[in-house]
Design a binder for this molecule. Structure first.
Ligand code: MLT
Length: 323
């Protein structure tokens, strides 16, 4: 008798998820982007949302919830209803590094369900045009010669650009003075204006300004040149061998979101990532598409855990102080 009741209860719970998914979505969906509009996270999500809404049949609204290296935005997703109507955009910084820097009040793995691994890109070392360096070697000499540390723009402690800066300090022994913004969109504006000296930025964010000559690009943090920036050497060619970093992004929903809803969101994202027009837009920004065998929710979950194991020791050793 007890077994029958438990079986009926389990069926009811499962049917609850399936029932919820059957009518999902029935109203607009919000994606929380944890950095300011105009930056690389925001740009990628807007391109994807425009195509995902066709599959889902509902508008996808972007809400930029910024601050504390993106951890406030991720917290908003964690605390939202597990009904598929709030999705969190995140990346190496927000969904890996922040766990090693902040007392988050939530667990980046236990409190979120992975949906899909999104395209990635290497970082690029860029400077304001006024820096008297024509190569990475000359930039490193200039940085070392400065009486005070150069001002390096970031999207806040724990952001991708900040982790890249820490890694840069580690491999060069050069101290940087971090200048936090609510995203690398506004940081890039200040670099173009000459208000800060450098950014170790996502390629997708800086690529157009490098092409326009409004900032200087020195090297990409990869073992091969980016097709869309073929004139920019790799760090291996430019004199900083092995300084490799790929910034990947992903989508998550709150823990407890029915798996049928996760599957619908995953299918919409995979369809968008398979669309030739979307791929062209993203590849033009220097983004590399996710390998087909890495598009399941489980693949993002496994990838995130591996990246935590890879990055936390270096980040914790940096002993980052956050106010
Ligand atoms: C980062 O540095 O974490 C991101 O590039 C910030 C952003 O997407 O604005």
């Amino acid at each position: 008798m007890r077994r029958a009741i438990l079986a009926a209860l389990a069926a009811l719970l499962l049917s609850g998820g399936a029932a919820a998914a059957e009518n999902y979505p029935s109203h607009p969906i919000t994606v929380i982007v944890p950095f300011s509009a105009g930056g690389p996270s925001d740009a990628m999500m807007r391109i994807l949302a425009e195509r995902m809404k066709l599959r889902l049949g509902e508008t996808i609204l972007i809400e930029n919830v910024t601050g504390a290296g993106g951890s406030l935005g991720v917290g908003r997703t964690v605390r939202s209803a597990p009904d598929g109507y709030t999705i969190g955009f995140g990346h190496l910084g927000t969904n890996v590094a922040n766990g090693a820097i902040y007392k988050l009040g939530y667990d980046l793995v236990a409190d979120l369900e992975p949906v899909v691994l999104l395209p990635s890109n290497p970082m690029i070392i860029v400077s304001k045009n006024a820096v008297p360096a024509k190569s990475l070697k000359e930039l490193l000499e200039w940085l070392k010669s400065r009486p005070v540390p150069a001002a390096a723009g970031t999207a806040g402690a724990g952001s991708g650009s900040h982790i890249a800066g820490l890694y840069f300090e580690n491999v060069t022994g050069i101290k940087l003075q971090y200048v936090p913004y609510r995203g690398t969109g506004p940081a890039l504006n200040d670099l173009v204006a000459g208000q800060i000296d450098i950014i170790v930025d996502q390629l997708s964010n800086s690529i157009n300004q490098v092409r326009a000559g409004t900032i200087r690009g020195y090297a990409v943090t990869d073992s091969r040149r980016a097709e869309q920036a073929a004139d920019i050497p790799t760090v291996d060619e430019a004199g900083l061998p092995g300084f490799h970093m790929t910034l990947w992004s992903g989508l998550w929903v709150p823990k407890g979101t029915p798996k049928e809803i996760v599957a619908k969101l995953n299918a919409a994202a995979v369809e968008a990532l398979s669309d030739p027009a979307v791929r062209k837009q993203l590849e033009n920004l220097g983004l590399q598409m996710t390998p087909l065998d890495q598009l399941s929710p489980e693949a993002l979950g496994n990838w995130q855990k591996a990246e935590i194991a890879k990055w936390w020791p270096m980040i914790k050793a940096a002993n980052v102080k956050v106010e």
